[in-house]
Design a protein around this ligand. Structure first.
Ligand SMILES: [Ca+2]
Ligand SMILES: [Ca+2]
Ligand SMILES: [Ca+2]
Length: 281
């Protein structure tokens, strides 16, 4: 009985195979096209919902889900960067009180770890010979822009325990700051210790700007690299931080099915064509 069934199946398979193969060819071609990598039009994982997937990070960088006391502007996660702490953390707080990742910020200037990560020249983050960068943290991502890509808008919030310089040669000069790097150049300073939008913060930091938006200019088609960072100026003390979040809508507009659903669609099309062929026979 079992043998008969197998023979019947084998006979059925033999009659079907030529036509099935002929049908499979265009379907496989279609499947191959569907399974090819899709064109990524913009930042991947811009909203940090997948942690730092697709991002490069250096220094004290962590995913914050509102634990700092400020909810992420988009969905449930935001990037938190600080200038803590190669040296002592902020007095009188215990060491590490303003470090959220367990990884220390990295050096700038003569040992330009931060500049090198961002494609900047050593010392590029110094404000002046008397207002040098000391340590900081950054995130960066390289991404491809298609011609029809919408402009990228970033939400940021600068938080600080620092104040303007009281150094005799640089009285009242701003110190720590947060910045954007685009394609290896400092594109803009987001905020510094002198920013007029700084107000008292409900977080562990003394002051914050609150979330603000930055829209980047329309980028040419091709590969670009964007970076965000925060740096200690003049000394290692009085931590500053930067929150970054980017709307998930700026993620690739050309949505394609996931591999699993692609496989499901492929099988559906294949079996659909096979049954269609069988009905015709
Ligand atoms: Ca988010
Ligand atoms: Ca520091
Ligand atoms: Ca500082």
């Amino acid at each position: 009985m079992m043998t008969m069934t197998n023979q019947k199946l084998q006979a059925l398979f033999n009659t079907m195979t030529p036509k099935t193969s002929a049908l499979m060819f265009p379907v496989l071609m279609l499947g191959g096209l569907m399974l090819s990598p899709s064109a990524h039009a913009a930042l991947l994982n811009p909203s940090f919902e997948d942690g730092f997937d697709n991002w490069d990070i250096i220094g004290d960088v962590s995913i914050d889900r509102g634990d700092i006391g400020i909810n992420p502007p988009f969905n449930n996660a935001q990037a938190l960067l600080t200038t803590a702490s190669l040296g002592a953390d902020d007095s009188p707080a215990d060491a590490g009180a303003f470090n959220f990742s367990g990884n220390s910020a990295v050096t700038t200037g003569s040992t330009p770890e931060l500049e090198t990560f961002l494609g900047l020249a050593p010392g590029a983050l110094d404000m002046s010979p008397f207002l040098e960068g000391f340590e900081g943290s950054a995130i960066a991502q390289s991404f491809t822009v298609e011609e029809e890509e919408e402009d990228l808008t970033v939400s940021w919030n600068f938080l600080t325990n620092d104040s303007n310089s009281d150094f005799p040669f640089t009285p009242n000069s701003p110190r720590d700051y947060a910045f954007v790097v685009l394609d290896g150049e400092i594109f803009t300073i987001l905020a510094d210790t002198n920013s007029s939008s700084l107000a008292s913060s409900s977080t562990v930091f003394e002051r914050e700007t609150g979330f603000q938006s930055l829209t980047l200019p329309t980028l040419s088609a091709g590969v670009h690299t964007i970076g965000f960072g925060v740096v200690d100026i003049q000394d290692n003390f009085a931590t500053s931080a930067l929150l970054i979040d980017i709307p998930p809508s700026s993620e690739q507009p050309q949505q394609t099915p996931e591999p699993t659903s692609k496989l499901g669609l492929f099988l559906l099309v294949t079996f659909g064509l096979v049954s269609f062929a069988k009905r015709r026979r």
